[in-house]
Design a protein around this ligand. Structure first.
Ligand code: FAD
Length: 377
């Protein structure tokens, strides 16, 4: 590791207030390593819990119910909070260039900045559609979609591009919100490149989602790879265009460009390759966790695994700062996914098993509220 100028303290730089870093921020309250100056860099002073975002769209939650104050967590932990974004990593000089123009030095840096929206193959998406990520951008844009359908006469076509759980949850949430607002002319299409929605999950989950889409008057358009978004139209690789009045994009996770540009070892998609201690395989002064990391034991990019990585990351960063041995993390094989259908029910998916009903929604709501509350207190 390159030597930094002599200072009476060392520097730990945390990039992003993602799920894994939340765990560390809490532990720093009572376990701050001696002689270390810790700074969290995040473009927003709050972290919106993505698992509850569809519930906010549906009108089940106020935004405050889904928000964790990063600035507050930093204050309680006695660490510095810098409201800005990392834009460049200089591994030779051990510093991060931030959007506010400052270069922040580090002895250790930990990266939990989440995914970028996967829009590279979809020209026009940022101009003519509303991507669900970055989440703060979506939060700004969503009220405008509702305002437009309220002022619209005749059918208002909403297209949600994406076939994963987040896209399906959003589509159901929009259906629920439109009903709640009495906007009976809002029509919703879920558009994906797979034959069925939630293709990576058990067949019974896809079937449950398909059935619900039908019974709630929503349209599934599968085997449709969108290649361009125009003002009011989606163009596809092979099939006919789809007109829309509003288009939302929830097409999965892409890697930020700057970790690979810095010379960190990444996988083919640009995600940071880490070993089982969550340390970069190429640069031991770098840790990474959550969607931005590529693990030895590959797992789906999801909040569930980002949360699970949190305890391991926190333990290892504290150990590294204290000069102690690191511990290996082996993620569980399967995770429980709870998909809200925004009708007071949800679908549970665990490996090949699935279930649905009101009790699943009550369970999800309890887990999600509990998670956020743990960091709000
Ligand atoms: C609508 C929706 C619903 C979802 N529901 C579920 C679910 O129910 N279950 C599930 O398992 N997964 C769900 N997911 C997926 C889940 O959101 C992600 O897998 C998860 O957020 C990844 O966590 P993370 O810690 O890697 O990053 P994130 O949660 O994305 O957090 C990253 C943080 O870093 C900040 N940041 C970004 N760039 C920078 C930068 N350059 N410098 C500094 N800070 C930066 C961001 O502002 C953010 O605060 C959902 C996703 C969406 C979009």
């Amino acid at each position: 590791m390159p030597a930094l100028p002599n200072t009476p303290f060392k520097r730990l730089l945390l990039l992003g207030g993602g799920h894994a870093h939340l765990n560390l921020l809490r532990r720093l309250r009572s376990e701050a390593p001696k002689s270390w100056q810790v700074t969290l860099v995040s473009p927003h002073s709050r972290q919106i819990y993505s698992g509850m975002l569809p519930g906010w769209v549906a009108g089940h939650y106020a935004l405050d119910d889904c928000a964790i104050s990063l600035a507050g967590l930093c204050e309680r932990a006695g660490i510095a909070f810098a409201q800005t974004a990392a834009i460049e990593l200089d591994l030779a000089r051990s510093e991060v260039l931030c959007a506010d123009g400052e270069r922040r030095r580090f002895d250790f840096v930990s990266i939990d900045t989440g995914p970028e929206p996967a829009l590279a193959d979809l020209p026009g998406a940022t101009e003519h559609a509303l991507p669900v990520r970055p989440i703060e951008g979506f939060i700004k844009g969503w009220p405008e979609v509702m305002r437009r359908w309220k002022g619209h006469t005749g059918p208002f076509e909403v297209a949600v591009v994406g076939s994963g759980a987040a896209a399906a949850e959003l589509a159901f949430a929009i259906r629920a919100r439109a009903s709640r607002e009495g906007a009976s002319d809002v029509r919703i299409s879920l558009v994906g490149r797979d034959a069925e929605p939630l293709a990576g999950t058990a067949a019974s989950v896809s079937r449950r989602v398909m059935r619900l889409l039908q019974t709630r008057g929503m349209h599934w358009r599968g085997n449709s790879t969108a290649v361009q978004i125009l003002a009011g139209w989606i163009r596809f690789e092979r099939c006919a265009v789809l007109p829309f009045d509003a288009c939302l994009i929830a097409t999965g996770a892409a890697a930020p460009h700057w970790p690979r540009a810095a010379g960190l070892s990444t996988d083919a998609a640009g995600f940071i390759r880490v070993d089982r201690t969550l340390r970069s395989v190429s640069h031991p002064q770098v840790f990474a966790a959550g969607d931005v990391a590529a693990h030895v034991d590959p797992r789906p990019k999801s909040g569930v695994f980002a949360v699970r990585a949190g305890a391991a990351l926190a333990g290892n960063i504290l150990a590294a700062c204290n000069g102690a041995a690191l511990t290996e993390w082996r993620p569980q094989r399967r995770a429980l996914y709870l998909v809200s259908t925004a009708d007071g029910r949800a679908i549970a998916s665990w490996g090949a098993l699935s279930a649905s009903g009101r009790w699943v929604w009550l369970w999800k709501d309890w887990i999600d509220r509990g998670y956020v509350r743990r960091y709000q207190e």
